[in-house]
Design a protein around this ligand. Structure first.
Ligand SMILES: *Cc1c(COP(=O)(O)O)cnc(C)c1O
Length: 316
């Protein structure tokens, strides 16, 4: 299980690597919606997403145990890769990032910009994991997993610590779900410190492995996933994240692609925030329900790495 101590330790560990991201509020929008809508803007985080929190925590812990690391490898649709590449670069450790062939140019450029080597492998999480395995065998590099590791989960949990400092009276937190590392860290921390808070996860309708798994009571694998939210395409929840979600998350909701697109536009128009589709699903979910008069609802905008020109021209 994940302990609060490990989240506190992570917070100390990574303090020189991450920013305390702002909480944004839109008064006029909140009046229309009938509840107070806040964004935790991890799009402003170092490397453009929350992934740096878990990656930096894992890597810094690893370096303490093994001062002469040969190198690091990560399988990633982009943001985890950027986070590992950035941290490795800062510590002077070589890194190889395995990315999907369809990875957005923004993400590929960023990873390359941090000095990491890129290897392309298929389009699914599984094909990337297999390639990372090959790289590990060939090079002796150590793999930094994107979500299914307690050091990663503890790193992501530091967001909850910040939220409770910034908004101690928060009622509900809405969180995007991919493999489940982000929500596991936040949910276990918030529910331990402030059990009355409602914690809601969000998945795209056609990439709903956590939703299905929770419904069936066991880890359930999808054959396929499809969504513009490219950070949320895990085929199944993690072995560590699933029990944490089951224990601490109140429910998982699903959003349609059109809902995500509306939320992206609202982020730009109302909050002046560039969110990536995976980061905007939380706001998409918030807009679909009545959360109660004057309730304070925090949407985690988990990242902002996207080719803006692509989605500005897109019609849903
Ligand atoms: C990775 C990622 C997620 C999902 O996080 P998990 O820990 O895999 O659930 C959500 N949003 C963005 C922007 C991401 O990069």
């Amino acid at each position: 299980m994940l302990s609060l101590d490990s989240v506190w330790e992570a917070s100390l560990n990574i303090r020189e690597y991450v920013k305390k991201t702002p909480v944004l509020h839109a008064e006029s929008l909140s009046k229309v919606l009938g509840f107070s809508c806040y964004l935790k803007a991890e799009n402003f985080q170092v490397t453009g997403s929350f992934k740096i929190r878990g990656a930096a925590n894992s890597i810094l812990k690893l370096v303490k145990q093994r001062p002469s690391l040969p190198g690091l490898v990560a399988a990633s649709s982009g943001n985890h890769g950027q986070a590992v590449a950035y941290t490795a670069n800062n510590l002077g450790i070589p890194a190889i990032i395995v990315m999907p062939e369809s990875a957005s140019k923004t993400k590929v450029d960023a990873v390359a910009g941090y000095g990491a080597k890129i290897e392309y492998a298929g389009s699914t999480t599984d094909s990337r994991i297999a390639r990372a395995e090959e790289v590990k065998l060939k090079t002796g590099y150590i793999e930094i997993p994107p979500y299914d590791h307690f050091d990663v989960i503890a790193g992501q949990g530091t967001i909850a610590k910040e939220i409770l400092e910034q908004m101690p009276d928060i009622d509900t937190v809405i969180i995007p779900v991919g493999g489940g590392g982000l929500i596991s860290g936040i949910a276990s921390t918030i529910k331990t410190l402030k059990p009355g808070t409602t914690v809601v996860g969000v998945e795209p309708e056609k990439s709903n492995s956590m939703y299905k798994s929770i419904k069936k009571g066991k880890i359930t694998r999808l054959k396929d996933t499809k969504s513009m939210a490219d950070g949320l395409l895990a085929l199944q929840p993690g072995g560590l994240t699933f029990p944490l979600v089951k224990k601490y998350v109140d429910r998982i909701v699903l959003v349609k692609e059109e809902d995500i697109f509306e939320a992206l536009k609202l982020c730009l128009d109302t909050f002046k925030v560039v969110a990536e589709p995976s980061g905007a699903v939380s706001l998409a979910a918030a807009l679909k329900e009545d959360w109660g008069v004057n309730k304070k609802v925090m949407c985690i905008i988990s990242g902002g790495n996207c080719d803006v020109s692509v989605y500005l021209n897109k019609k849903c």
